[in-house]
Design a protein around this ligand. Structure first.
Ligand SMILES: NC(=O)c1ccc[n+]([C@@H]2O[C@H](COP(=O)([O-])OP(=O)(O)OC[C@H]3O[C@@H](n4cnc5c(N)ncnc54)[C@H](OP(=O)(O)O)[C@@H]3O)[C@@H](O)[C@H]2O)c1
Length: 323
């Protein structure tokens, strides 16, 4: 297994990232309370004890409350900060706070959003700033200038992107002087278009793949860390089935339970180990708030799926044999 690309910048970074989208008491108007902060503290400490030291946030998560409780934990226990890598994202404006849902990578919004995030996080700096989604109305030079300024002010140490394809990353990179170090995309056994894209070149079957062709290869060549969001497929194979599970989902759930047994592991670790087997060295961003599940997920890096089992899982989840 090669090094994680992110190790060029953070040699101590863990393979798993903890996704903080569930912190802060949910997507409601109700303010975060003390119980929400205690939950965040317990989760952060559990992650660190289990060698998960990268934390993924966004300004929008639970309408800012995820960053708020995270900030309160950092304020109460500042010693935790030196052992972690903190990343946040800006660039999405959500209703009901904004009249129209939109992506906004304008200089004004990036600056306002990052300053608000830092205030909630009670921090002067985040390690990695992600641009959450591409904004079709972005002016490259203006956005790049704002990023350069915020970087120079020390408000973020490294830049990353999310939900972008190779061309968009190269375009952005052409205008900023520091490297784009990561790209976060949805990837899981259920959302496996990144593999479909690889194996269906020149086939009609591949036309339905939403994954942008060449993006994995581009990221590998440019040493850009791939991070996978929703890597547990929100638990559909491990105890939180879809409302009307199809035969593929049921068969995959059954197979994962068998593999957990055979590898003396657990179902969450098996689901993640399927992503970890990919040689591009993915960092799954795990979003469960359940302490037992976090501990199970942390065992994924010690599972080494065989080639046969990797293909069997893929074919079972996709429902038919590969071409
Ligand atoms: N860049 C982007 O555009 C983007 C988009 C979405 C998410 N993200 C990041 O990715 C992280 C992970 O995403 P995610 O939370 O959607 O996906 P996930 O890690 O695949 O799934 C976590 C969710 O599934 C539930 N779950 C998992 N296993 C379960 C089980 N066995 N039984 C019941 N519930 C189960 C969890 O509930 P419990 O908490 O109860 O376990 C939680 O709500 C987020 O926290 C965020 O940091 C990024």
């Amino acid at each position: 297994m090669t090094e994680l690309p992110i190790h060029d910048y953070y040699p101590q970074a863990s393979q798993l990232v903890y996704g903080c989208m569930g912190l802060g008491g949910g997507w409601t108007d109700a303010p975060a309370n003390e119980q929400d902060t205690r939950q965040a503290q317990h989760i952060i400490e559990t992650c660190l004890e289990n060698k998960v030291n990268v934390f993924d946030l966004a300004d929008i998560y639970t309408f800012g409350k995820a960053e708020e409780v995270f900030g309160k934990v950092l304020k109460a226990s500042p010693e935790l900060r030196k052992n972690m890598i903190v990343q946040t994202k800006v660039g999405i404006k959500l209703t009901p706070v904004h009249d129209v849902k939109q992506y906004d990578l304008s200089p004004e919004w990036i600056t306002t959003a990052l300053n608000s995030s830092l205030k909630r996080l009670q921090s002067e700096n985040v390690d990695i700033l992600f641009l959450h989604r591409p904004d079709p109305l972005m002016d490259l030079d203006d956005t790049a200038e704002a990023l350069q300024k915020l970087h120079k002010q020390g408000k973020f140490s490294h830049l990353a992107v999310s939900n972008m394809h190779a061309g968009q990353i190269a375009w952005l990179q052409s205008a900023v002087s520091f490297p784009i170090i990561a790209n976060q995309l949805q990837m899981s056994l259920q959302h496996a278009d990144f593999i479909e894209e690889t194996i269906t070149t020149n086939m009609k079957e591949g036309c339905n793949s939403g994954f942008p062709r060449g993006t994995l290869e581009f990221c590998e060549q440019q040493n850009i860390q791939i991070q996978a969001w929703s890597p547990l497929a929100r638990g559909i194979y491990t105890g939180n089935p879809s409302s009307a599970p199809d035969a593929n989902e049921l068969a995959t759930t059954k197979l994962i339970a068998q593999l957990a047994n055979r590898y003396s592991s657990n179902t969450n670790a098996i689901v993640l180990s399927w992503l970890l087997k990919h040689p591009i060295n993915i960092q799954p961003v795990v979003g469960t708030t359940n302490i037992a599940r976090i501990i199970e997920c942390a065992k994924a890096p010690i599972v080494s799926l065989s080639r046969d089992d990797w293909y069997l899982l893929f074919e079972t989840a996709r429902g038919h044999e590969i071409p």
